[in-house]
Design a protein around this ligand. Structure first.
Ligand code: NAD
Ligand code: IPM
Ligand code: MN
Length: 348
């Protein structure tokens, strides 16, 4: 039988609550298969920082690297907590993992499941995937400030886009599009204003398109893309975009498809050199943490992405089918985090 070594990082706020349910479902989905999931828990995040002063040590990173995959809840302390000033858990933990483990593909599918209410009156058949760049753009931390705190302060935050980084991501997005029925790829950028990075992204898409003659290509500026997310989201199939645009678009995608509590993601290292990491798109939600109010579905769907990534497609299908049935049966009555996890696990 196959053993999968899974690093689990529950994190902060609602992270541990949704991960408890995700692990319940993972257990149920693998109970009768010949796969054994061997989990190691890593206590990382704001709480770990408050206890030890560490965010992510080299030893933590080495230990995580020795796993086949990572499941993460959410990280981030309570905004305004004076003890966390300067800690920057998001950059020091989450982004450090994505960058160190070369998670250049940030895969964020959006499906409006049958029975799920969208805030849009006529959403249509929403089924698209955002292929967000994960290791470059404005996230690289190539910034600085001078004369800080004075009226003459200058703060720079540089967006880094490399030919290597853009091309590998774009090629991956074309492959994703080519494997889907509609075979359509939309580049989203801001080429009218961000002329240097925009030219690199546009030129790369045009060049790689020649390798995928079956894929239809179009382009939208980021601002216009947000219009169509609300007026006609069914037009999208695969969207390829940079790290920051992809971050913003995928919270909007979650909102139109039933809410942030349903939105899953994978941070993928396609070469397999490092473990890929699966996590709900949402954060630690300090406003509802500790109250069993969080929807664990996003974390559970992230488990399905994880199983599929590991080649365990039967187990992934089991999870997706159970979630789909749970969604279709929702009555609008409020359920606790654990009640939703139990219901989905019971369907498996
Ligand atoms: P958030 O996603 O935590 O919360 C935004 C809103 O969505 C809140 O009203 C919250 O209650 C709600 N929400 C989130 N998840 C939900 C769920 N599963 N079920 C029901 N409602 C849910 O975003 P934020 O408030 O901007 O950020 C809070 C903290 O989380 C910050 O420290 C931020 O940096 C961090 N963050 C971490 C991640 C991550 O770990 N991947 C992602 C986003 C934000
Ligand atoms: C996300 C989050 C992160 C991001 C933050 C917390 C660093 O918002 O996963 O979408 O911007 O990528
Ligand atoms: Mn985000």
């Amino acid at each position: 039988s196959r053993v999968v070594k899974l690093a689990v990082i529950p994190g902060d706020g609602i992270g541990p609550e949704v991960i408890a349910e995700a692990l319940k479902v993972l257990d149920a989905a693998t109970a009768s298969s010949d796969v054994t999931i061997d989990t190691t828990h890593f206590s990382l995040g704001a709480n770990r920082f408050l206890e030890t002063g560490d965010v992510l040590t080299d030893a933590d990173l080495d230990a995580i690297k020795a796993h086949d995959a990572i499941l993460l809840g959410a990280v981030g302390g309570v905004p305004g907590d004076p003890r966390l000033v300067g800690a920057n858990i998001e950059r020091g933990l989450l982004l450090k993992l994505r960058f160190s483990l070369d998670h250049y593909v940030n895969l964020r599918p959006t499906v409006l499941f049958p029975g799920v209410a969208s805030p849009l009156a006529n959403p249509g058949d929403v089924d698209f995937v955002v292929v967000r760049e994960g290791t470059e753009g404005p996230y690289v931390g190539n910034g600085g400030a001078i004369r800080q705190g004075t009226p003459h302060e200058v703060a720079n935050e540089v967006s880094v886009n490399t030919a290597f980084g853009v091309e590998r991501l774009v090629r991956h997005a074309f492959a994703v599009a080519s494997a889907r029925p509609r075979k359509k790829l939309t580049l989203v950028h801001k080429t009218n204003v961000l002329v240097f990075s925009g030219a690199l992204w546009q030129r790369t898409v045009t060049a790689v398109a020649a390798e995928f003659p079956d894929v239809t290509v179009d382009y939208l500026h980021i601002d216009a893309a947000t219009i169509f997310f609300v007026t006609d989201p069914a037009r999208f199939d695969v969207i390829v975009t940079d790290n920051l645009f992809g971050d913003i678009l995928t919270d909007l995608a979650a909102a139109i498809s039933g809410g942030i509590g349903l939105a899953a993601s994978g941070n993928i290292n396609p070469s397999g050199q490092f473990p890929s990491m699966f996590e709900p798109i949402h954060g630690s939600a300090p406003d509802i943490a500790g109250k069993q109010l969080a929807d664990p579905t996003a974390a559970i769907l992230s488990v399905a992405l994880l199983l599929a990534h590991l080649g365990l497609s039967a187990e992934a299908d089991t999870v997706n089918t159970a979630v789909t049935a749970d969604m279709a049966a929702r009555t609008g009555e409020a359920r606790s985090t654990a009640t939703i996890g139990d219901a989905i696990a019971a369907r498996i």
